[in-house]
Each structure stands twice: as structure tokens, then as C-alpha cells.
Design a protein around this ligand. Structure first.
Ligand SMILES: NC(=O)C1=CN([C@@H]2O[C@H](COP(=O)(O)OP(=O)(O)OC[C@H]3O[C@@H](n4cnc5c(N)ncnc54)[C@H](OP(=O)(O)O)[C@@H]3O)[C@@H](O)[C@H]2O)C=CC1
Ligand SMILES: O=C1O[C@H](COP(=O)(O)O)[C@@H](O)[C@H](O)[C@H]1O
Length: 455
């Protein structure tokens, strides 16, 4: 296990809200020993003591469920170094030392190529690993170039293109439910399933993240990575094992089976929109274009929806709808599997046999199956709902990812060819949207999103 972690972008939102709390959870669970060292690097001027104070504050705010001694321990194990991730000299001074190091680039994606290039002459110790956040580049050409640059520095096994959705226990549970039960897999195909919706609707708005989000938008922030990864787990063939090769081979099959979207498909099967001013509960939210740091001339979408078809024996005829938006009325974060109606109802009945829906709640976690049964009267059809609450995860998603990085288990990280394939799926959408072939719709913050289309 690697015992040295260097985080670039250390004063950013990701480190404060997820990486530091992940480390506190790992310490509390006994996964980090006293030899572990954390170096936080950023372009700002801090000294160790000042930065440790900031770490302690962030942990109080975002890791309140971890024991206080684990939080204090993380703050004490931290050192701060001012560094530009794209400067070879800064990088070299950070990575010198005994033994391998894990380098976590918690940086805006535009900085990745410069940072990886700077690593070339920096003398990375053998056995070191590189972690890159999503999105992996900003388009297919970027991803190919980034893969090429990475291959000059470390072997593929040492590259962790992380996607924290894969480490959520609720997302993992998609595989658990499918593969550890006899009842689902025989029905898991287009003969029985008409549509699968993968939805991540957030009531959160921009939350001060314009520096990263503006110009990226909902399609590249959520659909291209997190939601396509969830699609892979939902639609893949059962892998031989959950080892990195078997799992990732089956995931890339799904991406390769996505039917390429034509311009006509993009028009009919995709939507993009942006929020206007509104109210979410008791919060007033400004229009996206009036948020701090947003370029009002830009055309960044805060809502994206894409409908895909898979050309495979199992899925031909099922629609997959991927959707994510910010500043919406309700949080709705789930995978909804909609079954086809029964072929015949042998009742002179009243009431309706609503098609079954199996819902995997991703946050909060739950599994719900909507069935139809007989109600109080004879032959009266009535909805029946079965719900299971899940055990809380023993580690938060970022705790699990960091542990995988330190231990060298790449199964939940995205392989280079997968990262490229994911861009290929959405390239026609990005190109049509950038040419304004699909209108940029609007919705008030606190609403359900853009109004349904006619027809
Ligand atoms: N925040 C979140 O909820 C999540 C974020 N991510 C991913 O994490 C990454 C970072 O996002 P986030 O933390 O939100 O972004 P932030 O904008 O909050 O933080 C980015 C940090 O990177 C620093 N930085 C930029 N360029 C350099 C450089 N050349 N050298 C050193 N530091 C630099 C910035 O410092 P400066 O102020 O000097 O520019 C800033 O501290 C993105 O790839 C994002 O997709 C993934 C999942 C969730
Ligand atoms: O990666 C991201 O994910 C979050 C949603 O995931 P969560 O675990 O933070 O709830 C999303 O809000 C953010 O825009 C995106 O960058």
C-alpha cells in the first residue's frame, strides 16, 4: 500500500468536501496507519499551520460523522506546499522522497495535460500512481491526447481515472441486485424492459463553482462520465468476476454498443436547458447567467437529457434515458427500470395494472418495486409497493476510491479505452449543441425542469 498522497488543487471544493473526509473515514476504519503522509499542494500561499487549521475546519464541516480523533489525525498528517501542477520543478520537489507516491490531480480538466507533461522529467518514483478527476479532457481528441501523455509517464495500471459514482454503494448495488439474485437476470432484457431512466436531478444550484462548471455544463459534468458509467453497470453482460479486466471489458462493450446518434436523433432525442431565477424551498436562486463568475455570453447548459439505444441482442428495443439538471425543485437520484405491461389480464377487473417499475434510489439509498395486486374488493387491482432500505455504507465513495488508489486496485477506475469510448458516444451531441441545432431551453430554478415537449 502506498503511504504518501499528494493532492493538487488542495484548497478546492473537491478536497474540502470529499477527499479530506474520505481520508478521515479511512483512518477511522483502521485503513491508514501512522506512517501515512498527506501533502496538499496549491498555488496559494499558506504555511503548514495555517493550512492544518483550514483542514480541521473543513473536516468539522464536511466529516462530522467521523470521530474527532480521526479528523485531528488527518489535519496533523498534512503538510502544505505551494506549487503549480504544471511546473516541472514544483512537481519534482513534491514527489522526491522514499517510496512510491500517489498523485491526485483534483484540478480543472484543462490543467491535466500540462500537469501530466510536467511529470515527464520530474523523476516519479517507481510504483507511483496518478489519479485524474472527471471529466477526462473536454472531448474525444483531448482524451486521446491525455492517454498518450499518460502512457509516456506510467503504465496504464498506474492510472486512476476516477468516477466516484462507481464507488457509491448504491451504484454498486445495481450489480449486487442483478447478479446475486435469480429473479432479475432472466427479465433483464428488452423483451421485458421498455425503458431505463438514469436520473440525477439536483436541487443544488451552482454553489460557487463557476470556475469549474461554466463552459463545462451538465452534459460533460454528469452525463458523459457518471451517468454513462451507471448505464454500463445497468446494461452490461454479467462479468466473469469483478476484477479490473473482466469488469472493464464488459463495461466497454456497453459503450461500444450505443447506436451512434444522427443529427436527426440529436434533435429528437436530446434536450438542453439552463435555469432562470427562482426559489427552491426558502432559497432565492439567481438566474444561472447572473451567478458569480459565469460568462453571461456563454451557452452553458445546467440541464441535459439524452436518449440512447443499444445495438445488442439483449437491449435492442429498450430506450435508455439519461438526465441530469441543477436547481430543480426536488432531488431525484435514481435508476428507474420500467417493465412492459403484462400481455393479458384475466380479470373482469376495475382498477389499472400499472406496469412494474424497479427503482434503485442512488441518494438516499433504497430499492423499490412497484407491483399491482388485488385490493380490498374482489378483482380490484391496486398498486403494491415493496421497499427495502439499505444499510449505510461503511466508507463514503471517496474513501473507497482513495483506498483503491493506495492499494492499487484499478477495477473501479476508468480504463483509457473506456474514457475515449464514452466521449465517442456523446460527440454527435456536443457537435450539434455547439452548432445550436438543438435549442437551449430555460426553466425557472425550483421547477421540474424544462416544460415537456409537445407530442
Ligand atoms: N467539487 C465536486 O463536487 C466534485 C469535483 N470533481 C472534480 O474535481 C476537480 C476539481 O473540482 P473542484 O474542486 O470542484 O474545483 P475548484 O475550482 O474548487 O478547485 C480547483 C483547484 O485547483 C487549483 N488549481 C488550478 N490550477 C492549478 C495549477 N496549475 N496548479 C495547482 N493548483 C491549481 C485551483 O486553485 P486556484 O484558485 O489557484 O485556481 C483550485 O484550488 C474537477 O475535475 C471536478 O470535475 C469531481 C466530483 C465532485
Ligand atoms: O461530480 C459531480 O457530482 C456531483 C453530484 O454527486 P455528489 O456525490 O456530490 O452528490 C455534482 O453535484 C457535481 O456537479 C459534479 O461535478
Amino acid at each position: 500500500m502506498i503511504e504518501r498522497l499528494v493532492v493538487f488543487g488542495a484548497t478546492g471544493d473537491l478536497n474540502a468536501r470529499y477527499l479530506l473526509p474520505g481520508l478521515a473515514a479511512l483512518r477511522a476504519a483502521g485503513h491508514l496507519g501512522d506512517g501515512f503522509r498527506l501533502v496538499c499542494a496549491d498555488r496559494k500561499d499558506w504555511d503548514d499551520e495555517g493550512f492544518r487549521g483550514w483542514v480541521a475546519e473543513q473536516l468539522d464541516r464536511h466529516a462530522g460523522s467521523s470521530p474527532a480523533d480521526a479528523r485531528r489525525w488527518v489535519a496533523r498528517a498534512t503538510r502544505f506546499q505551494r506549487a503549480d501542477a504544471t511546473d516541472p520543478t514544483d512537481l519534482a520537489s513534491l514527489i522526491t522522497g522514499d517510496g512510491p507516491v500517489a498523485l491526485y490531480f483534483a484540478l480543472p480538466p484543462a490543467v491535466f495535460p500540462g500537469a501530466v507533461t510536467a511529470l515527464r522529467g520530474a523523476g516519479l518514483p517507481p510504483g507511483s500512481r496518478i489519479v485524474l478527476e472527471k471529466p477526462f479532457g473536454e472531448n474525444l481528441a483531448d482524451a486521446q491526447e491525455l492517454n498518450r501523455l499518460l502512457s509516456e509517464v506510467v503504465p496504464e495500471q498506474a492510472v486512476f481515472r476516477v468516477d466516484h459514482f462507481l464507488a457509491m454503494t448504491t451504484v454498486q448495488n445495481l450489480l449486487g441486485s442483478r447478479l446475486a439474485n435469480r429473479v432479475l437476470e432472466p427479465l433483464w432484457n428488452s423483451a421485458h424492459i421498455s425503458e431505463i431512466e438514469i436520473v440525477w436531478d439536483e436541487s443544488l444550484a451552482l454553489e460557487g463553482r463557476a470556475g469549474y462548471y461554466d463552459g463545462v455544463g451538465a452534459l460533460k459534468d454528469m452525463v458523459q462520465n457518471h451517468l454513462l458509467q451507471v448505464l454500463c453497470l445497468v446494461a452490461m453482460e454479467p462479468p466473469l468476476s469483478l476484477g479490473e479486466r473482466d469488469l472493464r471489458d464488459r463495461k466497454i462493450d456497453v459503450l461500444r454498443s450505443v447506436r451512434p446518434l444522427t443529427d436527426e436523433d440529436v434533435l429528437r432525442r436530446t434536450r438542453r436547458a439552463r435555469y432562470l431565477a427562482g426559489r427552491i424551498g426558502d432559497r432565492r436562486v439567481p438566474a444561472y447567467v447572473d451567478e458569480d463568475g459565469v460568462d453571461p455570453r456563454g451557452r452553458t447548459e445546467t440541464f441535459a437529457e439524452v436518449e440512447l439505444q443499444l445495438d445488442s441482442w439483449r437491449w435492442s428495443g429498450t430506450t435508455f434515458r439519461l438526465r441530469s439538471g441543477k436547481a430543480l425543485k426536488d432531488d431525484r437520484k435514481e435508476v428507474a427500470v420500467r417493465f412492459r405491461p403484462v400481455p393479458h389480464l384475466p380479470f373482469g377487473h376495475s382498477g389499472e395494472a400499472v406496469p412494474n417499475v424497479l427503482r434503485f434510489g442512488l441518494d438516499p439509498e433504497s430499492v423499490t418495486l412497484a407491483l399491482t395486486g388485488i385490493g380490498s374488493g374482489p378483482q380490484t387491482l391496486t398498486p403494491l409497493t415493496m421497499t427495502a432500505q439499505m444499510e449505510p455504507a461503511d466508507l463514503p465513495a471517496y474513501g473507497r476510491l482513495l483506498l483503491d488508489v493506495l492499494r492499487g486496485d484499478a477495477a473501479l477506475s476508468i480504463r483509457g479505452d473506456e474514457a475515449e469510448e464514452a466521449w465517442r458516444v456523446l460527440t454527435p451531441v456536443m457537435s450539434a449543441w455547439s452548432n445550436d441545432l438543438v435549442p437551449l431551453e430555460e426553466y425557472p430554478a425550483g421547477s421540474g425542469g424544462p416544460a415537456p415537449r409537445d407530442g
